[in-house]
Design a binder for this molecule. Structure first.
Ligand code: PPS
Length: 570
């Protein structure tokens, strides 16, 4: 297969029209785009999502969800939708233009709203992601981050989102096409990645290029990847280090501002279509492509080669060919990587492999990472970003009923950690936060969520800066606690401690006299009495306070922190 490298249509208007339209758009109702929507919009506008002309209409959305096709029959596996709040959608009329702004308020595009509907999110989860299970990051996003209403309609692109990082390595589809044209690269195999490249990846990409007799495009995602991944700044520094080890004449790297959904098979087809738009003729699909990991029952969402199967089914129509790979492993005797299924003399050789989980463990414990596994330059970058856990920041998040003992244990823990020294410790106790950060808030679900998200924000900043945050709010809602966990886990460990004193005991103790008032109806929405509390299903630690004194409870937390490698045992 050879690529036709003619330019593909973008949704941008000319510079002059854009200047004029920007002035006119200042009067339009504006939607402030979320980070994910900015990624989607960028690829819509620059042709990465061609032939889409805007956010999907309701009919196209239904087709995409049901059978991966828009109403005109175009193969498109991923719903690209503009989710908004009910309040925003309410006032809109059909055919109305709205301005789409980035997070600083810059107008990037206008959209003519042709469709405005409330999607069936449970169905979308089942059909697109395979299960309505919030352990899937995109399903979690769908239910807990995305707005309730979807808007659809064509886009008029005014300007690209502004990026200040790695500008020289970002290319639009047409820029890459022009580059390939200029170099005479008519066959290009793309490698999609959201992880640092190690030796196995290098071997895999070498083999793919050889097999497809093509040039190689390393095409890492720098938009949004799976929560908890290595941040893209670190990754790009790693890629740059590895790029030196490829022949410059046949390999290049470009950064893709895609917001991944981790949708396995559908995602693989989507990735292929995007790479075809970027001028590639071949696309590498390895084991468990864009897999989100385990579902809430502990099993993988997709089979390891489901993505390859779905890609194969559609590749003819997609205009891009798959280069499929089985899992690559290291054969010690031959000192090289080989596909696991091609090793014939398995009994006579030693097969080595380090999983992603094992790599993270070694990094977090400061253990050796062998040279057969990765390049010293890559390991050095990773160690800079991820020092051993005993040197990283972390958050201890207590949750439990009022009067359960959270604050008392949190205070004791703070003193013990300060006695050990080494890292600054901040206590974000429920009452302290309500006084200093959230004084205007009450106890409705909305206000409680806001309160906890503020605590989460501060805790994540402390964690990022290598400090220890101890939080002790009630935090009654599991979804909000999970959101805070995600905020914090970008930077360090999140240790949830359920102080499991039951409501009867808390009421019996009634240290602040609040339960009495709640029973009398004088305090409304009181947790455990007239308001819900989701018991944590899988906290890192559950402490019982009946029969254990405060010192003992705090010590249990210390032991947990030691076992997690967050404080060194001595
Ligand atoms: S939340 O839900 O996490 O935002 O609550 P939080 O900020 O931790 O609550 C702090 C203290 O507010 C007192 N208080 C109430 N608690 C629960 N429900 C209602 N309606 C309420 N009104 C006041 C209560 O003493 C909480 O303190 P703790 O430290 O938990 O005893």
């Amino acid at each position: 297969m050879y690529q036709n490298l003619a330019p593909i249509p973008e949704l941008f208007v000319s510079y002059e029209s854009a200047q004029k339209l920007k002035v006119e758009a200042a009067d339009l109702i504006s939607w402030d785009l979320s980070p994910r929507q900015i990624c989607d919009l960028e690829l819509l506008m620059n042709g990465g999502f061609a032939p889409l002309k805007g956010f999907l209409s309701e009919a196209d959305y239904d087709g995409v969800v049901d059978n991966m096709r828009t109403t005109d029959g175009t193969l498109w596996p991923m719903p690209i939708t503009l989710d908004v709040s009910e309040a925003f959608a309410e006032g809109l009329k059909e055919g109305q233009d709205i301005a789409l702004r980035d997070q600083e308020g810059v107008i990037l595009a206008t959209m003519t709203v042709t469709d405005n509907w409330v999607p069936n999110k449970a169905k979308e989860a089942e059909k697109v992601f395979g299960a309505d299970d919030e352990a899937h990051p995109a399903v979690n996003y769908l239910h807990n981050t995305a707005g309730k209403v979807y808007l659809g309609g064509p886009i008029t692109g005014l300007q690209q989102p502004v990026h200040y990082d790695f500008r020289g390595s970002r290319d639009t589809p047409n820029e890459l096409r022009a580059y390939f044209r200029k170099l005479g690269w008519r066959r290009v195999v793309a490698f999609q990645t959201r992880n640092p490249l190690h030796r196995a990846h290098q071997e895999l990409t070498f083999r793919a290029a050889k097999e497809a007799q093509a040039n190689l495009l390393i095409h890492p995602v720098v938009g949004m990847t799976k929560p908890g991944d290595v941040d893209h700044f670190t990754r790009v520094r790693c890629y740059e280090a590895v790029l030196d080890k490829y022949p410059a004449a046949t390999t290049t790297m470009s950064l893709l501002p895609l917001a991944m959904r981790m949708a396995g098979p559908r995602e693989a087809v989507w990735h292929g279509l995007i790479r075809a738009n970027y001028g590639c003729t071949h696309f590498i699909v390895g084991r468990d492509h864009a897999g989100p990991g385990a579902n809430s029952a502990g099993e993988d969402f997709y089979g390891p080669y489901d993505a390859q199967d779905l890609f194969r089914e559609h590749q003819e129509e997609m205009g891009i060919e798959m280069v499929d790979f089985k899992h690559m492993v290291y054969v010690q005797e031959r000192a090289q990587y080989e596909p696991n299924d091609e090793i014939e003399d398995r009994e006579n050789v030693t097969i080595l492999n380090i999983s992603g989980t094992e790599l993270r463990r070694r990094l977090s414990e400061g253990l050796e990472i062998p040279e057969w596994f990765s390049f010293p330059e890559v390991v050095k970058e990773l160690r800079k970003t991820k020092p051993p856990r005993s040197k990283q920041g972390f958050t201890v998040f207590f949750t439990g009923f009022s009067g359960s003992g959270k604050s008392t244990i949190a205070n004791a823990l703070m003193v013990k950690l300060m006695e050990m020294g080494g890292r600054p410790v901040t206590l974000l106790d429920g009452d302290i936060v309500r006084k200093n950060l959230s004084s205007e808030l009450g106890f409705s679900k909305e206000h409680r969520d806001l309160n906890i998200r503020r605590i989460g924000y501060v805790a994540s900043e402390i964690t990022k800066n290598a400090g220890i945050a101890i939080c002790a709010p009630i935090a009654p809602y599991a979804t909000t606690r999970r959101a805070v966990r995600e905020d914090v886990e970008q930077f360090g460990a999140f240790v949830e401690v359920h102080v499991a004193t039951d409501i009867e005991e808390c009421e019996k103790r009634d240290r602040k006299g609040l339960y009495k008032l709640a029973r009398e109806g004088k305090i409304k929405e009181f947790t455990g009495i007239s308001d819900p509390y989701d018991i944590p299903a899988n906290p890192e630690l559950r402490v019982e306070t009946i029969g254990h004194d405060v010192d003992n409870c705090a010590h249990q937390v210390i032991l947990k922190l030691e076992s997690l490698g967050l404080i060194s045992a001595h």
